[in-house]
Design a binder for this molecule. Structure first.
Ligand code: C2O
Ligand code: CU
Ligand code: CU
Length: 431
């Protein structure tokens, strides 16, 4: 709905419930319903207002992951919403068309809140950077695919204990897509666009198909790519998104599968942190007659590359243990001060045998290079989260524009939620 002031208004009520996963029912949390939340959707240039009502018995927050917005609206750990109260963030959407998401961010408690089911997708449309020839009928040939891994206890409820030997916190053995176990999608068109979000706490997925068919990667975290890339696999660590377009044949059954991801870690870590696991994620059931769809265009959107030569600062971030540059997150310490309107290069390296990733609030960045090499297709567009293989240096570049607030920080952190909760997070202000 749109209010009298022309704002697009959303209502989100965080509450407890009991959710039917398909083969079992469990106590869960959700926005508006028992598990996950509605897909929010707004167009560039629109002002949005979200009325966030916390109907839980404890405080939480709602963070708009990937959104460019003022720090006070960001929903990080400084915007706690006490139990029984409401919060009313509002901002003007100003970024390219993209698949973003929202989830809680209470300091030290994010893993538990997300695991219980608080998360949803936020789709940004933009006449300039949406491509009309891409499948775009929501729920028909343009489908959100929120992938999570869960463990269930014998009583059917979510098991919130960290598996033995896991260095990354909660790792599940059961895949849940949009809140359903053993999920399938009835496909009625010859091409389908899947907006895949890894909303897991810790698991890294390497998506592909059993017959190794190629699909088109058309978008990543912050928007569409310059062109469709034919791929057989795409890897997503927690928080990352990929928009893929898959061709199906009439009557066929296939499955989006996650193959063992190359975590780049030692054998022990690979074994206990998900590096050897295969999962069927989403079955695609194609109808006997499929509606025709246009071929994908050869070009998508033109995105100028940010120029490292124009960077005002180069900063280094080293992740090790659950620390960044040796420090654990301190709500009262500002780690980085960025000047509004400048471009910065952030060099990020993980010095550990197990997986980490790196997420920056407020901005979408570009990957300049990975150990000096040009970024592969899935890292060639706008990103807000990247998977870090151990001892690999990523050079990221971002422009910190529009919003300044010397008092209110944004976060950067590892999006493996257990690590984030343990303090693998820092704060930056834009002044
Ligand atoms: Cu998706 Cu700071 O988070
Ligand atoms: Cu975020
Ligand atoms: Cu980590």
């Amino acid at each position: 709905t749109v209010d009298g002031e022309g704002r697009r208004v959303f209502e989100l009520r965080a509450r407890t419930g009991r959710h039917d996963f398909g083969d079992r029912t469990a106590d869960t949390w959700g926005f508006n319903g028992a598990y996950l939340g509605p897909t929010l959707r707004a167009t560039r240039g629109e002002q949005v207002l979200v009325n966030v009502h916390n109907e839980l018995d404890e405080e939480t927050t709602v963070h708009w992951h990937g959104m460019h917005l003022p720090a006070r609206m960001d929903g990080g750990p400084h915007q706690m919403v006490p139990a029984g109260t409401s919060w009313h963030p509002t901002w003007t959407v100003d970024q390219p068309a993209a698949t973003l998401w929202y989830h809680p961010h209470p300091h030290g408690e994010t893993a538990r809140h997300v695991y219980r089911g608080l998360a949803g997708m936020f789709i940004v449309d933009d006449p300039e950077t949406s491509v009309a020839q891409l499948p775009n009928r929501y729920g028909v040939d343009d489908v959100p695919v929120i992938v999570q891994d869960k463990r269930f206890s014998r009583n059917g409820n979510l098991n919130e204990n960290t598996p033995m030997f896991s260095g990354v916190g909660l790792l599940g053995d059961t895949i849940v897509v949009n809140g359903a176990t053993a999920p399938y999608l009835d496909v009625t068109t010859e091409r389908v666009r899947l907006r895949v979000l890894n909303a897991s706490n810790a698991r890294v997925f390497d998506f592909g198909f059993p017959d190794d068919r190629e699909f088109a990667l058309v978008g990543t975290d912050g928007g569409l790519l310059d062109k469709p890339y034919r791929m057989k696999r795409v890897m997503l660590s927690p928080g990352e998104r990929a928009e893929i377009v898959v061709d199906v044949r009439p009557g066929e059954r296939t499955v989006l599968r996650s193959f063992p991801p190359d975590l780049g870690a030692d054998t022990w870590s690979e074994r206990f942190n998900g590096g050897e696991d295969t999962f069927d994620v989403l079955q695609l059931r194609a109808a006997d007659r499929l509606e025709e769809r246009p071929e994908l265009p050869s070009r998508l959107v033109d995105t100028p590359r940010l120029d490292p030569g124009e960077a005002a600062e180069t900063r280094r971030f080293t992740l090790s243990g659950t620390r960044i540059n040796g420090d654990a997150m301190d709500m009262d310490r500002i780690d980085v001060t960025v000047t509004k309107g400048t471009t910065e290069v952030w060099e990020v390296t993980s010095r550990e045998a197990l997986q980490h990733n790196f997420h920056i609030h407020d901005v979408q960045f570009q990957v300049i290079d990975v150990d000096g090499a040009a970024p592969p297709p899935h890292l060639s567009g706008w990103k807000d989260t990247v998977f870090l293989r151990p001892n690999t240096t990523f050079r990221l570049i971002a422009r910190f524009a529009d919003h300044a607030d010397p008092e209110m920080p944004y976060m950067y952190h590892c999006h493996i939620l257990f690590h984030e909760d343990e303090g693998m997070m820092g704060q930056f202000v834009v002044v």
